[in-house]
Design a protein around this ligand. Structure first.
Ligand code: ADP
Ligand code: ADP
Length: 226
């Protein structure tokens, strides 16, 4: 079943209709897919992700999730950026619990959930650390836990490992694949890295340079091994 559907979406950041960042995007994310989005810098990958996240609205066309128009951010859609926006004055537990607090989840329940997801990303021993005490990869693990703790239907990742060294990136790829396998959530994953897209995605979408259009799609011969 379709979780997210974009139909003939175009987006212009200014009023000039001939200056689109995205043009005529048709894209459906099916339940449980891991879709990788590839394309040159500036082609509109982040813009596309922000439309699905609900941060910006298309200039033309429609964006729906579960049949409802996407309108504003929503915890059913988790977002992970290249730079994890953690609160520096909160420790790992508090960072992961923050969104649950905003949703008025009782403290004992959010503590239980936070611990569960901090375990899943392998940070049990670091749960009382502040972000400045953590490496880049660990901070990204916190950001992933903070999204997952809401049990989102869709996880939107914008070059999540782009700032990490090669070894850490490999570990993070294994983590995200295991999480996907485990949680069965639908993932849209932006990357510059063709190998990363081919090794993680069940489907790879390639965009053209600005104005971004979908050039081609390929299904990978994805077999789960690890
Ligand atoms: P990508 O993620 O593929 O690098 P983006 O979606 O970030 O591409 O950007 C697509 C195009 O839109 C780029 O040319 C970029 O400069 C432009 N752009 C992105 N955000 C804004 C903005 N807030 N205002 C104006 N132009 C923007
Ligand atoms: P990415 O490729 O991950 O989108 P960028 O460095 O292109 O990273 O963009 C960083 C931020 O700046 C994004 O939020 C994007 O929307 C914004 N941005 C990019 N280009 C422009 C622009 N021309 N005008 C205003 N904001 C922009």
């Amino acid at each position: 079943t379709a979780v997210v559907a974009l139909k003939d979406v175009s987006l212009s950041y200014n009023s000039n209709k001939d200056d689109n960042a995205l043009e005529h995007i048709d894209l459906t994310l099916t339940e449980g897919e891991f879709v990788c989005l590839l394309g040159p810098s500036g082609c509109g990958k982040s813009t596309l992700l922000k439309i699905i996240a609900g941060f910006i609205s298309p200039t033309a066309g429609t964006a729906v999730m579960d049949g409802e128009p996407i309108n504003g951010a929503d915890w059913h859609r988790g977002v992970v950026f290249q730079q994890p926006p953690l609160y520096p004055w909160l420790n790992v537990m508090e960072n992961v619990m923050f969104g649950l607090k905003m949703r008025n989840i009782p403290v004992h329940e959010s503590r239980r959930l936070a611990e569960e997801y901090i375990d899943k990303v392998g940070l049990r021993e670091f749960r009382h650390c502040k972000p400045y005490e953590l490496s880049g990869g660990m901070k990204q693990r916190v950001a992933i836990a903070r999204s997952l703790v809401n049990k989102p239907r869709v996880l939107l990742m914008d070059e999540p490992f782009g700032a990490l060294d090669a070894l850490t990136r490999e570990q993070m790829q294994i983590l995200v694949r295991n999480i996907w396998w485990d949680s069965k959530c639908t993932i849209l994953f932006i990357t510059h890295d063709v190998d990363e897209a081919l090794s993680l995605g069940t489907r790879v979408i390639v965009m053209s340079k600005r104005p971004g259009r979908i050039l081609r799609e390929l299904k990978t011969e994805f077999t789960y091994k690890i």
